[in-house]
Design a protein around this ligand. Structure first.
Ligand code: FAD
Length: 637
């Protein structure tokens, strides 16, 4: 396997322009002769499918949801970054680039990140033109707020529903193309394999979730925009259906998987309250603009928050990181919360919680202003906890939220399988070892609206693709493989539910490959995961049949994949003997407890090649060079 990143030469500001000029074009009249499969209709897939169709390509678009607008992107709350500098507070493309490389703890490609910062400004124009109702100032200009890891206000938002409004924009564009006939939409359809012909991605195998029909679809190129894998942890802030199946099965077909251990634990989620929960709820990072994070100074202090006087509170983020304070980046804020809870100063029944307090902001700005900014988030919190955050501080705790790892892609967003492109959270992306808040929506839309429309044309114009149809043996074999896996899952007829396996796997990952990791714990997980996988295939129970709507069967396939994938996560975490961003190895920390990188040994993206279930994967390294943002110890103090 060869990793060719294809980063264009030349000054960083000119790379993307130069590349766009050098890439081959498909003549407008020839575009309709090419068929592109797009899997996923979140911000990345929805924007890509609509744009490719507008360009004239023939698009087949797939989603397991009942409507494209149900994609998990709809859950995004806080906002989307762009280097518009509307606030005149010192922002620029260069600063967004700099903040993102530094925020990612120097484990992302400079060339990609610079392009992302450049494109960010176009995204806002595109979305405003579509009618996305971004928040505005009194005079009509678009409003901004701040997110973690930045000292400027560059986050555009639509209350706490930014993802929903952006997705409605992409969805309208997609629906227009569906009705025009440029996109053929397959809802309720799960992609279960990728088909290669002569080493190139030429199609997919799907299961109709209502009838159970397994079918093959052929195309000239395949785009996966299937989201992240945080649900490997079982409890996460992701939509319950989000899973790793499409990217994992592509990995098994030859796509390298990069940095799987780079997972993001978000500091502000509603704490776990019991075993009955199936998911966790995020409280947007935007709340840290006005909320102050604190715990009691004294361990074991059981007084109610309002009874604890100011002098007996520890505003630990403001104390430890005076320049960024409550807006310290997520990895740092999460670890700081864990640290105070480990010291016995956590709050709430479980002791795994810290306060996010709005009393000062309400006093300063008034109730009405806070309601305008965060009303829907406060209401959501109250409905879930039955506590009124206007009167008592919210209780929050870190939870699995986002995955920086994903399929390795080159500058053109193509994986190591020619023709297989990967967008949005599904690729290993531009966020390095830690994503800054409000940057995932930016990346997904940059990939879908502005990058893939150019780069896929270059591939199609250069690849010399012979026509293929879905009756070829490669497609028949892949359909047979998917059918066989389904029969195997239904045939075990054991005693344990799919969920109980998933929950146990999640606990293993959270304990040993979560917010803090060490070699002993990772080795323990690497012993336990294969045992759990073996038990799954011996003892799982999947009721019903394959020829009907069967959600247990759907889940079983996804959990079977998580049980394989989790091993790779732990292998990656064990091999990376350094701490960076969300990957905190307890053995590698500075004297004051911050992440200690080892640039001499680990300034690379780790891209793993699949060698069979249970076999050791092969590591390929893409070295990362930092010419514009000099490598330095990340500090937010
Ligand atoms: C609660 C929450 C709040 C967030 N808030 C913000 C925020 O404020 N700002 C920000 O920048 N980021 C935020 N994020 C992160 C951001 O929302 C996601 O990273 C982003 O929306 C992912 O978009 P995507 O298009 O890559 O994938 P998704 O939106 O997850 O879409 C995946 C699509 O793929 C389809 N799919 C997946 N697998 C298959 C398969 N096998 N077969 C068929 N279809 C498949 C699904 O049906 C879906 O259509 C938040 C995340 C969460 C969990």
């Amino acid at each position: 396997m060869e990793l060719r990143s294809r980063i264009p030469s030349g000054p960083i500001e000119q790379k993307w322009d130069k590349h766009r000029f050098e890439m081959k074009l498909v003549n407008p009249a020839n575009k309709r002769k090419f068929t592109v499969i797009v899997v996923g209709t979140g911000l990345a897939g929805g924007s890509a499918a609509a744009t490719l169709s507008e360009l004239g390509y023939n698009v087949l678009c797939f989603s397991f949801h009942d409507s494209p607008r149900r994609a998990h992107s709809i859950a995004a709350q806080g906002g989307i970054n762009a280097a518009k500098n509307y606030q005149n507070d010192g922002d620029s493309i260069y600063r967004l680039f700099y903040d993102t490389v530094k925020g990612g703890d120097f484990r992302a490609r400079e060339g990609n990140v610079y392009r992302l910062a450049q494109i960010s400004v176009n995204i806002i124009d595109q979305c405003v033109a579509q009618g996305v109702p971004f928040a505005r100032e009194y005079g009509g200009l678009l409003a901004n707020r701040s997110f973690g890891g930045a000292q400027v206000s560059r986050t555009f938002y639509a209350r706490g529903q930014t993802g929903q409004q952006l997705l409605l924009g992409a969805y309208q564009a997609l629906e227009k193309e569906i009705s025009r006939g440029g996109v053929r939409m397959f809802t309720h359809t799960e992609v279960l394999d990728i088909v290669l012909v002569d080493g190139k991605a030429r199609g997919i195998v799907t299961r109709d979730l209502r009838s159970g029909a397994i079918e093959a679809h052929a195309a000239d190129a395949v785009v996966l925009a299937t989201g992240g894998y945080a649900n490997a942890f079982y409890l996460s802030t992701n939509a319950k259906n989000s899973n790793a199946t499409a990217i994992w099965r592509a990995h098994k077909r030859g796509a390298a998987f990069a940095n799987p251990c780079f997972t993001q634990i978000h500091p502000t989620c509603i704490p776990v309250s019991g075993d009955y929960q199936s998911k966790l709820t995020l409280m947007s990072e935007s709340l840290r603009n006005d909320g102050r994070v604190w715990v009691p100074k004294k361990p074991g202090d059981k007084r109610r928050p309002n009874e604890i006087p100011e002098a007996e509170r520890d505003y630990y983020l403001e104390r430890k990181y005076p320049s960024f304070g409550n807006l310290s980046p997520r990895d740092i804020a999460s670890r700081a919360a864990k640290e105070v809870c480990d010291e016995g100063r956590g709050v709430g029944e479980t002791g795994r919680g810290v306060y996010l307090d709005f009393a000062d902001a309400i006093h300063r700005l008034g109730m009405q202003k806070i309601r305008e900014r965060y009303g829907n988030l406060f209401e959501m919190y109250q409905r879930i906890t039955d506590e009124n955050p206007y009167e008592v501080p919210m209780r929050i705790y870190p939870a699995a939220h986002y995955t920086m790892g994903g399929l390795w892609v080159d500058y053109n967003l193509m994986s190591t399988i020619p023709g297989l492109h990967v967008l949005g959270e599904a690729n290993f992306s531009d966020h390095g070892a830690n994503r800054l808040g409000a940057s995932a929506l930016m990346q997904g839309l940059a990939d879908g609206y502005f990058i893939i429309p150019y780069t896929i044309g270059d591939y199609l114009a250069s690849a010399k693709l012979a026509p293929v149809s879905a009756d070829r043996p490669e497609f028949r074999d892949a359909v047979a493989g998917v059918t066989q896996t389904e029969h195997r899952l239904l045939g075990v007829k054991g005693k344990r539910t799919v969920d109980s396996f998933h929950r146990e796997l999640g606990t293993i990952l959270w304990e040993d490959c979560g917010m803090a990791r060490n070699a002993t714990g990772l080795r323990r997980a690497l012993g336990r995961i294969p045992e759990l996988r073996e038990e799954f295939w011996r003892n799982v129970t999947v009721p019903g049949t394959g020829a009907e709507l069967n959600q247990s069967l759907e889940k079983a396939g996804r959990v079977a994949d998580f049980l394989e994938f989790a091993e790779l996560m732990c292998i990656d975490a064990l091999h990376r003997e350094e701490s960076c961003g969300g990957h905190f190895r307890e053995e590698f920390q500075t004297p004051d407890g911050e992440a200690q990188r080892d640039d001499a040994r680990f300034a690379y993206a780790a891209a793993w090649e699949f060698c069979g279930v249970g076999n050791s994967p092969v590591l390929h390294k893409e070295p990362l060079a930092f010419e514009y943002v000099p490598l330095s110890q990340r500090s937010y103090k």
